[in-house]
Design a protein around this ligand. Sequence first.
Ligand code: NDP
Length: 237
Amino acid sequence: MTDFSGKTALVIGGSRGIGAAIVRRLAGDGAAVTFSYAGSAEASAALAAETGSKAVQSDAADRDAVIALVAGAGPVDILVVNAGAAVLGNPLELDADTVDRMIDINVRAPYHAAVEAARQMPEGGRIVVIGSVNGDRIPFEGAAAYALTKSAIQGLTRGLARDFGSRGITVNAVQPGPTDTDMNPGDGPMSDMMHSFMAIKRHARADEVAGMVAYLAGPEAGIVTGALHTIDGGFGA
Ligand code: NDP
């Protein structure tokens, strides 16, 4: 457990999966949490009631909405950008608009959210972006566009850590491997193939990823910045 009492946190994309686990962890450890969602109004209302957090509908594919969300949240101590989409398949057949929407959610939103948050963030603030081990390694077909978005998070993390370091603000990426969520169910059709690349052959639980986020958002991680933190059962080893 980390003591986040007195801290405010904004989680972009917090209604389900890894984002919901992050909301639970930060709120459970005492932070005042606001989270956004796109379509899952019912799940968001239930999570807000369960955790005492605040849910806000905001589409991460809409740059101006992202900026307005972050600006409107006021100065937050912790920003976590988790919202993500995975568009997989033969690149010769994928719809170009669908691919570009994924790039909007996975790349443009984290960049603009982080910059906007830093405008008001107090000294010692924390920015955590959820990338993926697929930013480092893609051992199967059909994931080039998704991988490019997660590799982009690596440059964003390194660069913004330099930009905000003088204010003690840290910027880190968490890079999960296969994690049991709606996006990638532990018993889904690709599970056996994914486990074949792993040293520990199971999906992570979302709360295991949230634990790494809590460490990076907490007081012990003040000197940890510009870094990629992989939690993947050895998928990338
Ligand atoms: P899920 O699909 O289970 O959940 C996605 C979350 O992001 C939901 O809360 C969803 O909100 C939100 N979201 C998606 N699109 C938008 C949008 N346009 N605007 C606002 N919120 C949005 O995914 P995961 O929990 O599995 O993934 C979370 C992050 O972790 C992503 O960035 C993903 O790329 C990354 N990741 C996941 C891995 C895995 O194996 N699961 C592995 C590596 C990385 P709503 O419910 O309203 O749609």
